[in-house]
Ligand binder design. Structure first.
Ligand code: FES
Ligand SMILES: [Fe+2]
Length: 423
């Protein structure tokens, strides 16, 4: 069970409503405290159920630094087991993915079922009569729960439930997932893996800061889209009154941008497949809602501390060191749509986030440069004032602002301070 130590660092000195201190991205002591107070305490996104569709299918994952196996057993349940042999602690599964009904530890040959039970220890006679298999099993992650296929886990056996942690962000998750006429996403199209030399919080902020930086670092793809289809992803209107309340911070640390970003910018909307898809949505939600969905796209989300959902993508953040982060971009497909629609979705994802993508390359580069700036240690404050004067605060603690306001960042740091102060 994770325990919360009394904080050795006073976060009240580092985080204010309108500014934060550069040390938050640079100090290895703070990075270590994040494991105790965030990664091993909060709910953390682990994977999607569709990554392990068949009995025995598994994926190896990490919660913070801890290695886990996400595996579907013969009863259809998805288990999360610590990838650590109880004998002497070796990992029992080295592969990133596969299918196994038995995990056999390579070190001394003990074997385990995909529910974690010890099936056999080798040369077991040497343990005497008191050896009890039940004492040696792959430890289950203390709490596991899922929301519409998204699997979350908590290393703490106490604390808020997943439903409490997610709160109102489920409204936006529903809006994202409902683009499938069957109400299910599928994550089975590989993953784009990236790594940058910067703190994990750089990418959390970059992902949902409001649409401010897009005008500068993403200029190329914006103008490309304008040329090709006349205006999708055009952010010129995101600073005016129409964009009020479009950037929304929710209790639990979650950030939302409810902005119009077309879900499939390459789609031929007069094509037969597209029409078929539209009718499927129409049958489920009615014409007005289906038209709105097609025009508007899905909201963008950051679900604290490591899940980002943008356009058709699930993005997972994984801290490595204080100044190094892994980012995995999973394209998602929609269940119940013509193949061509999913192909379009995939091509759209690749164009922005694939190996030659125009968006992720910009963001990864800017996160690295941002980290370099953190080494300058004179006057170390970073400012979060955009839109502060017009931020709307609701009773439940959520806040909202215009499309380019920084209320999401202020909310993120408010939540971070609470978590790191052990509240
Ligand atoms: S460490 Fe696994 S069998 Fe010894
Ligand atoms: Fe960006």
């Amino acid at each position: 069970m994770a325990t919360t130590m009394s904080p050795s660092i006073d976060y009240n000195e580092l985080i204010f409503e309108d500014r934060i201190h550069g040390r938050l991205y640079r100090d290895p002591d703070i990075f270590e405290e994040e494991f105790t107070n965030i990664w091993y305490r909060s709910w953390v996104y682990v994977g999607h159920e569709s990554e392990v569709p068949e009995p025995g299918d598994y994926r190896t994952k990490q919660i913070g630094r801890q290695p886990v196996i996400m595996v579907r057993d013969e009863n259809g349940s998805v288990n999360l087991l610590l990838n650590r042999c109880p004998h002497r602690g070796n990992i029992v599964c080295q592969n990133e993915r596969g299918n196994a009904h038995v995990f056999r530890c390579a070190y001394h040959g003990w074997s385990y079922s995909n529910r974690g039970d010890l099936l056999g220890a080798t040369f077991v006679g040497a343990y005497g009569d008191s050896f009890n298999k039940g004492d040696y099993r792959l430890a289950p992650v203390p709490r596991v729960d899922s929301y519409r296929g998204l699997v979350f886990a908590s290393m703490s056996d106490t604390g808020p439930t997943l439903a409490e942690h997610l709160g109102r962000v489920t409204d936006y998750l529903d809006a994202f997932i409902d683009f499938s006429p069957e109400g299910e996403l599928e994550v089975r199209s590989g993953v784009q893996k990236a790594r940058y030399n910067g703190n994990w919080k750089m990418m959390a902020e970059n992902s949902l800061e409001g649409n401010y930086h897009g005008h500068f670092i993403h200029q190329f793809i914006f103008s490309l889209n304008r040329q090709r289809q006349g205006g999708s992803l055009d952010t010129n209107n995101l600073n005016n009154e129409e964009s009020a309340d479009k950037v929304i911070f929710l209790p639990g640390g979650h950030m939302v941008e409810d902005l119009a970003i077309s879900p499939m910018p390459l789609a031929d909307k007069d094509g037969e497949s597209w029409k078929e898809y539209f009718h499927a949505l129409e049958n489920r939600f009615g014409t007005e809602r289906a038209e709105f969905m097609m025009e508007y796209g899905a909201p963008l989300m950051f679900i604290f501390p490591n899940l980002v959902m943008i356009q058709s993508q699930i993005r997972v953040l994984q801290p490595v060191t204080t100044t190094e982060t892994k980012v995995w971009y999973y394209p998602t497909l929609l269940k119940g749509v013509p193949q061509e629609v999913n192909t379009m979705r995939l091509r759209g994802h690749e164009r922005s986030y694939g190996p030659g993508g125009f968006v992720s390359a910009d963001d990864l580069e800017v996160c690295e440069r941002n980290q370099l700036g953190m080494e300058a240690q004179v006057d170390e404050w970073l400012w979060l004032k955009r839109g502060l004067h017009r931020e709307r605060v609701l009773k439940d603690g959520s806040t909202s602002g215009h499309g380019m306001d920084e209320n999401n960042l202020r909310g993120f740091w408010r939540h971070y301070k609470k978590a790191m102060s052990g509240a």
